[in-house]
Design a protein around this ligand. Structure first.
Ligand SMILES: [Zn+2]
Ligand SMILES: [Zn+2]
Length: 383
């Protein structure tokens, strides 16, 4: 193991020991900023941290993103770098994502063999889909006009160091909905007097399942899940109010909009059939992540040059990714990096015994360096 790898492992485990939740990444941000400053990068701190590395005279610029937040999960592993903050954990490998990008910043700052600007973007709050948008709202893309943007996410269960991606949609959108049914509560022995919100809600739950089955094309990959059914009823009191909450995933923006349209139609229509009303709130927290062809091809090439196994045109992921806001604004590629097939490295993301694979640290850093050298022109002022 090289000194560089040892240094990255120490860095990753330090992040792992000190997990912080979305928009509370204070320590993490200062550690990232300190590392970048120590490498001589220009550092900008806002809701996230941005490091800027310029070389040569060129105007071209690319952005590389890592996410910084952890999850409210109680870590169950017993290794010597477990979370010191019980109930919080780097269970999605963002500790590793940051470290790979800092490793790349180190290599590129030592040997800036490219002509242009690399913008290292460390975003907060990926898990709730709010951090990328907060950075964009703060002006990160206006201030640092990158032409392309990239992000790596580790993938447990895939072979260590395997790179995979696809052109087009790669991660689903996620929308949260809430349907409030305004019935008329009353005595459980006299249902004819009120309008029982549970009966109406039950009809809605059934009808909502027809959206994907009957309103979208087969194979859409969309999911409509009612996950909560809350009422103000008691054992002997029929509820006047019921609230249905749930989660919607879609691969395409068109499908997401159709789901919302049908959901509103079903909720108001079923309520109307019973002479009552219902309100619908539908909030899209994550938009669909869409990869552009050029950046995807660049990732395949850089992966091969860096000696990684590359899987082209992989199936889309079922999860959602906040990177979607960056790749919606600028052509980009979100790629997966295999985290390994055994032990904690193969446990699912967000599992309490998951762990990022330290073997990926130099692999990810080398991939980032290769991608920068491929995407920015060579230095003219060097031989
Ligand atoms: Zn996650
Ligand atoms: Zn993640």
């Amino acid at each position: 193991m090289t000194d560089f790898h040892d240094k990255l492992i120490a860095m990753r485990r330090d992040f792992h020991r000190h997990p912080e939740l979305g928009f509370h990444e204070a320590r993490t941000k200062s550690v990232v900023a300190d590392h970048l400053r120590a490498l001589g990068l220009e550092v900008h701190e806002g809701v996230g941290v941005v490091g800027v590395l310029k070389a040569g005279q060129g105007n071209r610029a690319i952005g590389l993103r890592a996410d910084m937040d952890a999850l409210p999960i109680h870590e169950t592993s017993s290794h010597d770098y477990v979370s010191v903050d019980a109930g919080k954990m780097h269970a999605c490998g963002h500790d590793g994502h940051m470290t790979m990008l800092l490793g790349a910043a180190e290599k590129l700052s030592q040997d800036p063999d490219f002509d242009g600007t690399v913008v290292f973007i460390f975003q907060p709050n990926e898990e709730h889909g709010l951090g990328a948008k907060a950075m964009i709202d703060e002006g990160v893309l206006a201030r640092f006009p990158i032409e392309e943007v990239y992000a790596i996410h580790n993938l447990p269960g895939a072979p260590e160091g395997q790179i995979s991606s696809r052109t087009g949609q790669i991660c689903n959108s996620e929308s949260l909905f809430e349907i409030t049914i305004h019935g008329q509560g009353g005595h459980a022995s006299m249902p004819q007097v009120g309008v029982d919100a549970i009966t109406v809600g039950a009809e809605m739950v059934q009808a909502l399942q027809t959206i994907v089955a009957r309103k979208l094309a087969p194979g859409s990959g969309a999911v409509v899940s009612v996950t909560e059914f809350l009422t103000d009823g008691q054992r002997n009191v029929l509820p006047g109010r019921a609230t249905l909450k749930g989660d919607v995933r879609a691969r395409l923006p068109e499908d997401r909009k159709e789901i919302e349209r049908h959901m509103r139609q079903i909720a108001t229509g079923v309520a109307l059939a019973h002479g009552i009303t219902a309100d619908v709130s539908f909030v899209t927290e994550f938009i669909e992540t869409i990869n552009s062809a050029g950046p995807v091809e660049a990732v395949y090439r850089a992966g091969e040059s860096a000696g990684c196994e590359v899987v082209k045109n992989r199936p889309p992921m079922s999860f959602s990714e906040d990177f979607a806001h960056f790749s919606d604004a600028v052509p980009g590629c979100f790629l997966l990096l295999g985290n390994g097939t055994t032990g904690p490295n193969s446990q699912p993301l967000h599992a309490a015994d998951y762990d990022f694979n330290d073997a990926l640290l130099p692999i990810g850093a080398a991939f980032w360096v290769q991608l920068v050298k491929d995407r920015l022109p060579a230095r003219k002022d060097r031989g």
